[in-house]
Ligand binder design. Structure first.
Ligand SMILES: O=C(O)CC1=CCC(=O)O1
Length: 259
């Protein structure tokens, strides 16, 4: 891992793969870190310069007191790439990372080759729900949220068959900084791109999990209706489809990037 200072704030990132190949930037979901992309880093770093990072409030990146905003999280991506001398990149974000991707598609299309938004929506959940979750972790810490997360992130079958990898992710969630997590919930509470995503003109792939209870197939359909020319893929997975259906995920992403 490496870290970079931007305006006196630290961002933790990892760059893998040959120099002078196209940059593929991965953005994690709420309560995870760059390491959620391990299967994608392995696969794509043969042919791409793969960049993954810990979103503000997560992992080893800055955990300043929030609330954060989606604009701030989007600008973090622009500043990290600028600081690393990357002019253009393809961006793949999941859930909260997918919202960051939509924000980039609207506000910084000149930076994007291709956009991949996974298990996400133009508005995720309801403002009151995010405010309640932020208040809960600020008062009681991460355990109450972590206790219910396996069922939001994975199908029951995957949880039963993969206890070690599921437990590692849930333990990571328990160790997530509560204020950083809550500040990202604040950003999610206010983020609503439903009226703006029709502005996205970057070639876009929308990935959904057919068993995802958080960001549903209907959410993906609603994005696909508004983003002209977007491609849609449904995977046999729940919310963290890049982990639960990693091979199908990698194939879909590779096919789309090669087009
Ligand atoms: O609630 C969860 O843990 C799932 C989720 C919603 C937004 C995100 O990034 O993850």
């Amino acid at each position: 891992m490496s870290s970079i200072q931007i305006n006196n704030e630290t961002f933790n990132y990892e760059l893998n793969g040959p120099e002078n190949t196209p940059v593929l930037f991965f953005s994690n979901s709420l309560g995870t870190t760059h390491s959620m992309w391990a299967k994608q880093v392995d696969y794509f770093s043969k042919n791409y310069r793969v960049l993954s990072y810990d979103t503000r409030g997560h992992g080893e990146s800055v955990k300043n007191k929030g609330p954060y905003t989606l604009e701030q999280l989007g600008n973090d991506v622009l500043q990290i790439t600028q600081a690393l001398g990357i002019e253009k990149f393809s961006f793949c974000g999941i859930s909260m990372g997918g919202l960051i991707g939509q924000w980039l598609g609207i506000h910084a299309p000149e930076k994007l080759d291709k956009l991949v938004v996974c298990n996400t929506a133009a508005k995720i959940g309801q403002e009151a729900g995010w405010n309640d979750r932020a208040a809960l972790v600020r008062s009681e810490g991460m355990n109450p949220v972590a206790d219910g997360s396996a069922g939001r992130w994975f199908t029951e079958g995957f949880v039963q068959a993969n206890p070690a990898s599921v437990n590692a992710l849930i333990n990571g969630l328990r160790q997530t900084d509560a204020e950083g997590y809550a500040s990202c919930c604040d950003a999610l509470a206010k983020a609503d791109l439903r009226e703006k995503i029709a502005l996205i003109k970057t070639p876009t792939l929308i990935v959904a999990g057919s068993h995802d209870p958080v960001t549903t197939v209907a959410d993906a359909d609603a994005m696909a209706e508004k983003i002209a020319g977007s491609k849609r893929v449904d995977l046999d997975a729940s919310h963290l489809s890049n982990i639960e259906a990693s091979e199908a995920f990698n194939r879909a992403l590779e096919d789309f990037l090669k087009r």
